[in-house]
Design a protein around this ligand. Structure first.
Ligand SMILES: NC(=O)c1ccc[n+]([C@@H]2O[C@H](COP(=O)([O-])OP(=O)(O)OC[C@H]3O[C@@H](n4cnc5c(N)ncnc54)[C@H](OP(=O)(O)O)[C@@H]3O)[C@@H](O)[C@H]2O)c1
Length: 265
């Protein structure tokens, strides 16, 4: 736990509250700490499959990063809990290369807290990370992991294609697009592997592409009770889009608001 999270944990006094519920399994308002992990897990259940959701965090002034240029600088204890829960409910996590580089991702594991509920959900013990890079660049910390826990989605013209195949194994490199990764092709390719509960953790450029292609079903957005000022990215980048979403669920703990927003179809 970094210093920022530690200070949040020390200040944590309130139970996690469910203010709005979109799940028939849990009615709002509810004290989720009293109801236990099963209720929190149920509050985030995807309504159907295939399902693609994003998990992002923002400050009150709309920044996707802290002054250090990383989202870890703005998250809170409540955000951390839901971050791990969302991973536990997914078949695979798809992340843009910019975020992998900036945040220093390594291969993923399931938080012990959620392992039993994940197993009960019929999901496998492992959680593959799918890196998305037009250039076919495998971040150094992921290079050489060829056991299938790290995959790369890239393009037919990617300069790094051959290196990526030898680094991660040919079957773990998904070519979907000529010059830019086509997100619809990628979602279809992951579906053919049986991965129909997909989570993306951004970043803003990759999320903007998913939204622009009409592929995002749900945005899980944490609003941290923090102001950072400065000049930082927002949670969405890329082309102009206007997409309406409906509030499905809202949770609160220590001033952190955690929303589930479903794309209006
Ligand atoms: N607040 C949050 O919740 C949150 C979450 C994640 C990240 N972040 C922050 O966001 C920043 C990074 O964001 P970012 O927008 O630069 O990176 P990003 O969206 O994670 O990655 C962009 C990269 O993805 C690859 N890509 C492949 N196909 C693409 C496509 N069709 N559309 C868009 N990208 C495609 C490209 O990689 P190649 O260049 O290798 O070809 C591109 O440069 C960091 O500061 C990070 O801390 C914040």
């Amino acid at each position: 736990m970094d210093e920022r999270c530690a200070s949040w944990a020390e200040r944590h006094t309130d139970p996690m509250r469910l203010l709005v519920s979109g799940s028939p399994a849990v009615t709002a308002p509810a004290d989720l700490d009293a109801l236990g992990d099963t209720a929190l897990y149920a509050a985030y259940a995807p309504p159907r499959e295939p399902w693609l959701r994003a998990n992002m965090v923002t400050t009150l002034d709309g920044s996707a990063t802290g002054a250090d240029g990383r989202s870890g600088g703005i998250n809170t204890e409540a955000d951390h809990i839901v971050f791990e829960l969302l991973r536990a409910q997914s078949h695979a996590v798809v992340v843009g290369a910019g975020t992998l580089r900036d945040e220093g991702y390594s291969s993923l594991s399931i938080d012990e807290r959620w392992r039993g509920l994940r197993q009960g959900d019929g999901l496998p013990a492992t959680l593959p990370l799918v890196a998305v890079s037009n250039r076919g660049h495998v971040p150094p910390q992921l290079a050489g992991i060829d056991d299938g826990t790290v995959l790369l989605a890239t393009t037919a013209s990617a300069p790094g294609l051959d290196d990526a195949r030898s680094s991660l194994g040919e079957q773990h490199v998904i070519v979907c697009g000529d010059e830019r990764v086509d997100p619809a092709q990628l979602v279809a390719a992951l579906g053919r592997r049986g991965w129909t509960r997909l989570l993306t953790e951004g970043g803003p450029s990759w999320l903007g592409t998913l939204v622009a292609h009409g592929l995002l079903d749900e945005l899980c957005l944490t609003v941290a009770p923090t102001l950072v000022g400065g000049d930082h990215p927002r949670t969405l980048a890329g082309p102009d889009v206007v997409v309406d979403l409906d509030l499905h669920a809202l949770l609160e703990q220590d001033g952190t608001l955690l929303g589930r927003w479903l794309t209006r179809r």
